[in-house]
Ligand binder design. Structure first.
Ligand SMILES: [Zn+2]
Length: 151
């Protein structure tokens, strides 16, 4: 195995480790797609679909990413945040889910309110899992729509 293969494996194991902790607590098991790409930042999305089993969480990770402490926590922040979006989508019926995605995409104010709510949910979930700390908070604050988030 090359150094790069090993790093990919470590990242995948880290994601599996954290997602397993969340799955057990919330009794869910979303599909998780990890995409290694050319971008410079870690990104994530909860892909909301009409049918619940079609929904999944996607993480995009730079191909040259390394797992130092800060990067490890960055992945945790994004993952917990996307799980919160996923849980919120689970609560909705199919039609409501599709309509809410359309509103989110069209309306900047709705998007901001959704995201601010979701960051509060992210903080709650992180606390519940024992993952909330200063580093988690400071990384979260670098993300969009976190100006209202407090430690
Ligand atoms: Zn979000």
């Amino acid at each position: 195995m090359t150094y790069k293969d090993r790093t990919f494996c470590e990242i995948i194991e880290h994601v599996e480790d954290i997602s397993e902790r969340i799955n057990v607590v919330y009794d869910i098991r979303p599909g998780i797609l990890i995409v290694f790409n050319q971008y410079r930042e870690v990104g994530g999305a909860s892909v909301s679909m009409y049918k619940t089993p079609d929904m999944y969480i996607e993480l995009t990770i730079p191909h040259n990413y390394t797992l130092g402490r800060k990067n490890k926590v960055t992945i945790i922040v994004i993952l917990v945040h996307e799980y919160c979006h996923y849980l919120k989508s689970l609560e909705m019926g199919s039609y409501e889910r599709v309509a809410s995605v359309q509103r989110y995409q069209k309306d900047q104010l709705i998007r901001r309110a959704d995201e601010q709510r979701n960051w509060n949910a992210t903080k709650k979930m992180a606390k519940k899992l024992g993952l909330w700390n200063k580093l988690f908070y400071s990384i979260a604050r670098e993300c969009y729509y976190t100006s209202a988030l407090q430690f």
